[in-house]
Design a protein around this ligand. Structure first.
Ligand code: KG4
Ligand code: ZN
Length: 336
């Protein structure tokens, strides 16, 4: 079956046509990054306005590239939560109109479930159950994926998400928004052992994360150096920071896998593009003989192909939205 998927939860207007949850016939992403860069982060109202301007041509391009007419589409999937509310509403309203006009089933998809499902595209043999580390700009979760549509969140961040922390550290070092990929590039040229940043000690749930302390440590280091007129080597800060975050993510993920009895591990979300995170998680999985799945780079960040992949499994599970579908800014994976 062919699903037309729409994603507009943040600053990417995206549409894809996906066949049977894994075959991507088209995947169009109109990014607004260049405009948001000017403000050092996503400006919600601008994001909504650009989605409104771009969505028709993005959907048309996706159909043309897939060589598919709207009549050949079997269902429409749309991200309805979580995300920026005004941004989500554009995709939701558009998808509802399209489903109504063409009398197609409408499937509401959770954005994080979509990030996880990106792995079904990159690895068609992957099947639940498995343990997944979801690291994006808004979320850092360790999730038990029980089946294609059921999740148990076993750990999450208590403050900043991993991607948010990358972006704030990048900004402190003078890189543009979103800075994760600049840190990744700089880290390749720096020394991982140049600086020691704190590994937070948390009480309570041992699988929870906290990244605000590391962020503050980097900001303090950079500001203290500039007050004293000392030079810092940005590449060394980036490499040491990236190593700290990668170590923490891998450490908690491995502890959860061992204690909960998983030997199949998946990574998802924008930060899964990070070379340090990928290498560290791979090393730890290899050591233990765990099977590891990570998305291809083009499916790490926000895109609609992943929504089409998850939409397929949601469709099979009987999930449907009617004309009253609304967008939701915050919604746990466990409540869908
Ligand atoms: O999943 P995503 O595209 O959007 C959200 O759902 O939030 O994730 C975006 C985040 C940003 O914080 C961005 O800086 C980060 O992913 N990111 C990276 C890399 N590429 C994107 N962080 C570290 N290293 C990268 N190579
Ligand atoms: Zn995302």
């Amino acid at each position: 079956m062919k699903i037309l998927a729409i994603e507009s939860s943040c600053d990417e207007t995206a549409c894809a046509v996906v066949e049977d949850g894994a075959k991507v016939l088209s995947n169009i992403v109109a990014s607004q990054i260049e405009e948001h860069k000017l403000y050092g982060g996503v400006v919600p109202e601008i994001a909504s306005r650009r989605h409104t301007e771009n969505i028709c041509r993005v959907v048309k391009s996706a159909l043309i590239e897939a060589d598919t007419s709207l009549d050949e589409i079997d269902a429409i999937a749309v991200t309805y939560a979580p995300g920026l509310i005004g941004a989500l509403l554009v995709g939701v309203s558009y998808a509802k109109g399209l489903a109504f006009a063409k009398n197609k089933p409408l499937v509401p998809v959770h954005h994080i479930a979509g990030h996880i499902a990106a792995n079904y595209i990159s690895h068609p043999k992957l099947k639940p159950p498995y343990l997944c580390l979801v690291v994006s700009g808004g979320h850092s979760h360790i999730v038990e994926v029980l089946d294609y549509t059921r999740y148990r969140v076993v750990g999450k961040t208590r403050d900043d998400a991993a991607g948010e922390c990358f972006d704030k550290v990048a900004r402190t070092l003078g890189y543009p928004y979103p800075g994760g990929k600049y840190i990744d590039e700089a880290a390749k040229k720096g020394s991982k052992s140049a600086y020691k940043f704190p590994h937070p000690k948390l009480t309570g749930n041992e699988y929870d994360f906290s990244f605000s302390g590391i962020k503050t440590a980097v900001i303090n280091l950079v500001h203290n150096a500039s007050q004293k007129g000392e030079e810092i080597v940005k590449e060394d800060v980036a490499a040491s920071f990236q190593k700290t975050v990668s170590d923490i993510l891998a450490e908690k993920l491995m502890a959860a896998a061992e204690n909960l009895g998983y030997n199949k591990i998946v990574v998802a979300g924008g930060v899964s593009a990070n070379s340090g995170v990928r290498a560290k998680v791979k090393k730890e999985c290899d050591k233990r003989g765990y099977e590891l799945f990570m998305p291809e780079f083009k499916y790490c960040g926000d895109n609609a192909a992943m929504i089409g992949a998850q939409g397929y499994y949601d469709y099979l599970a009987g999930k449907r939205a009617d004309e009253s579908l609304n967008a939701i800014a915050t919604l746990s994976l466990e409540d869908i």
